[in-house]
Design a protein around this ligand. Structure first.
Ligand code: DGI
Ligand code: FE
Ligand code: FE
Length: 406
């Protein structure tokens, strides 16, 4: 197919939102806009820093949930343009971005009724009106449908007269759901299933896996964001995802798996002196090998930091953090899950064998553990040919124990 010719006919719907979380109402609006206006696609754009809304969940999670929600819709895509942009999010900048990216496309900016009445105050609204058609989803309820439509028509006409704005309506059934309600449901019923809410199953599962919208978890996330870099935060959340799924599969305590995964690399960025000071404070022995390879120490130091700064007192969790780099012979289920999840989380790209190991982890945990240890040892043997950097005896002992499962 000639892509360039097709590009001339692109009708792109743009649906910006906090998506905190995304729910079926958002998806229905996008679907209705797509059909009613024969759009080529709808791009979902989670907001970055909004100057209007405070206390919004970290963009990482909102982006992940939105990606999951649209994964099976071929006409829906996602863009991180607002998340990646520095400073406050303004729609006019986003429209400008897509205008440049697709100069020949027609842009359709999708909004809800509430926005129709505030639109006039948005930054550089003339630019928005000039460069796109507005598609407004009418949030009607049965009794007042006509009244509401009239109010909106009046506003649309007013904006047309004032700005030459092209405003059309999306006619779709109303959905009695809001992100605010979902968040407050989570606060009120932290342990209840979200089945009764209008959320895609994959989003509901994601919220539960990461314990989103809970005050305790939000506090840990915030502290962790100060302790580790964004790239490590993403890796950590991949480990959480994987560890929780493995815990569910292998009947391990899910809450412990989530916390151990969340904190396993919390000491990754503290300097060697600090790691050694922590070990000294808690009488944890440090070998010469660890001193020469201080990278190894982030596991021990992580357990100590989890105790000291994150107030984790559960020894199962602390031990899983402590042994996450080397493993140990006869690991507990939790230790083993963290060890494996760290290696196979979806963000890892270091080995061709990862897809195979991800499947194997759901079938035979001992076998995948043995494979990971074997690969790690081979990797370390290749990497360290001098005699200062050696393989930790614990890594070798662990392999000796697990190799029978190969
Ligand atoms: O912290 P992550 O990168 O997520 O993963 P990790 O905790 O498994 O740490 C991996 C790093 O630790 C990597 O740089 C290799 C190193 N490592 C793992 N086992 C050994 C090791 N280094 C030495 N010297 N000896 C080991 O046995
Ligand atoms: Fe680590
Ligand atoms: Fe890690």
């Amino acid at each position: 197919m000639n892509r360039e010719v097709k590009a001339n006919y692109l009708k792109i719907g743009i649906l910006g939102g906090t998506f905190d979380p995304i729910h079926n109402g958002h998806l229905m609006i996008a679907e209705a806009a797509l059909k009613e206006y024969a759009l080529s696609k709808v791009i979902f754009i989670p907001t970055g820093i909004s100057y209007m809304k405070k206390n919004v969940t970290d963009s990482y999670f909102r982006y992940e949930m939105t990606s999951l929600a649209i994964q099976n819709h071929p006409e829906f895509t996602i863009s991180d343009v607002e998340i990646e942009r520095k400073g406050n999010t303004y729609t006019c900048d986003t429209i400008e971005y897509f205008k440049k990216k697709h100069p020949d496309a027609e842009l359709y900016f999708i909004i809800g009724t509430d926005s129709l009445f505030s639109l006039e105050k948005w930054r550089n609204v003339e630019y928005i009106f000039k460069n796109c058609t507005i598609l407004c989803a009418t949030r009607t309820d049965e009794n007042t449908e006509e009244q509401m439509e009239q109010k909106e028509q009046k506003k649309a006409k007013e904006l047309y007269n004032k700005f030459d704005a092209n405003i059309n309506f999306i006619h779709c059934p109303t959905m009695d759901i809001s992100s605010t309600e979902i968040r407050s449901f989570r606060k009120k019923h932290p342990n209840s299933s979200l089945d009764s809410l209008d959320l895609p199953d994959c989003v509901a599962d994601y919220i539960m896996r990461h314990d989103l919208y809970s005050a305790e978890t939000e506090q840990i996330h915030n502290q962790l964001k100060e302790d580790i870099k964004p790239k490590r935060f993403r890796h950590t959340m991949g480990v959480v995802d994987t560890a929780v799924i493995l815990a569910q599969k292998w009947a391990c305590n899910v809450e412990k798996a989530r916390l151990a995964a969340l904190l396993h690399d919390c000491a990754k960025y503290i300097d060697t002196e600090q790691k050694l000071a922590l070990c000294a404070k808690f009488d944890v022995s440090v070998s010469d090998l660890e001193i020469n390879n201080p990278e190894l120490l982030h596991a021990k130091a992580g357990a100590l930091l989890a105790y000291e700064n994150y107030k984790i007192i559960d020894t199962d969790i602390l031990s899983a953090i402590y042994y996450h780099t080397t493993g140990k012979p006869e690991m507990s289920l939790l230790e083993q899950i963290i060890y494996v999840a760290d290696y196979i989380e979806p963000g890892r790209k270091h080995s061709d064998k990862l897809p195979e190991y991800r499947e194997l982890a759901m079938l035979n945990l001992n076998k995948v553990t043995a494979h990971i240890l074997k690969d790690n040892i081979e990797y370390l043997q290749k990497k360290h040919t001098d005699n200062i950097t050696l393989i930790d005896p614990m890594t070798l002992e662990t392999y000796e124990f697990y190799k029978k499962y190969l």
